[in-house]
Design a protein around this ligand. Structure first.
Ligand code: FES
Length: 232
């Protein structure tokens, strides 16, 4: 539980009774002249919105991740990206990829961290991250597998490949497996329409002409640590 001692009793009175705040007074109620002892933020208060509370800012309804900060390695990687572009705004997309890989998904904290390191407005990063579907805005598995089921891949068995993948991993689209390792997603196009069906694991590992045997090899490679995990 987070303890916040306020230096203004009038502010405490204003906040008293609002969602997520518990106020402690010494000597009765503030109206009887009691002194403010402390104000505590209730641990379960975020991010559930309350009708009577303040409106939530954009992004505050996004799920939170385990981590709120980037690793020093990821910060360095983002700084290295900055020098490649004449304007740091142009580094937003690759920097978000670095943050996503580092923090496991593109949480609001990841977006804020990118804005801080690039020294650009948080609103710009939020707008970019929420526009593109390749940034995962909710937790995914350490191996997030995307299968293309768009037309060209569909004609070559993309939908069946996706079904087999779900069966093999025992996970449904939109879920994360209980061990946290796997999540799956049906996507529109992975950019290799002549060599379907295609799939992609996280950001780097990409495969074409995926049949049953190749699917097993890919899953095994993930299990053996031959494929880099997100969030590690
Ligand atoms: S249709 Fe599958 S990669 Fe383009």
């Amino acid at each position: 539980m987070e303890l916040t001692v306020l230096n203004s009793e009038s502010k405490a009175v204003a906040l008293e009774g609002m969602s997520g705040f518990h106020t402690e007074w010494v000597g009765g109620s503030p109206r009887d002249g009691a002194k403010l002892l402390a104000q505590r933020e209730c641990p379960m208060s975020h991010p559930v919105p309350e009708p009577s509370g303040r409106p939530l800012a954009p992004g505050e309804r996004l799920p939170r991740g385990d981590r709120e900060t980037l690793s020093s390695r990821a910060e360095e990687a983002i700084r290295a990206l900055m020098v490649k572009y004449p304007d740091p705004l142009a580094a937003t997309l690759p920097a978000l990829y670095v943050a996503q890989e580092d923090m496991g998904f593109t949480s609001l904290a990841a977006m804020k961290a990118v804005a801080r390191v690039l020294q650009i407005p948080e609103g710009h990063v939020y707008g970019v991250a929420t526009f593109y579907t390749m940034y995962q805005k909710k937790p995914v598995g350490r191996f997030h597998i995307q299968v293309c089921t768009n037309l060209c891949c569909a004609l070559r068995g993309g939908a069946q490949l996706f079904e087999r993948l779900c069966e093999r991993l025992k996970v449904h689209p939109g879920e994360v497996s209980p061990d946290g390792l796997w999540s799956v997603e049906e996507v529109e196009c992975l950019g290799s329409c002549g060599s379907g069906p295609c799939l992609q694991v996280n950001q780097e590992t990409y495969d074409e002409f995926v049949d049953d045997a190749r699917l097993d090899q890919i899953i095994e490679a993930c299990r053996c640590g031959d494929v880099p995990e997100w969030g590690k």
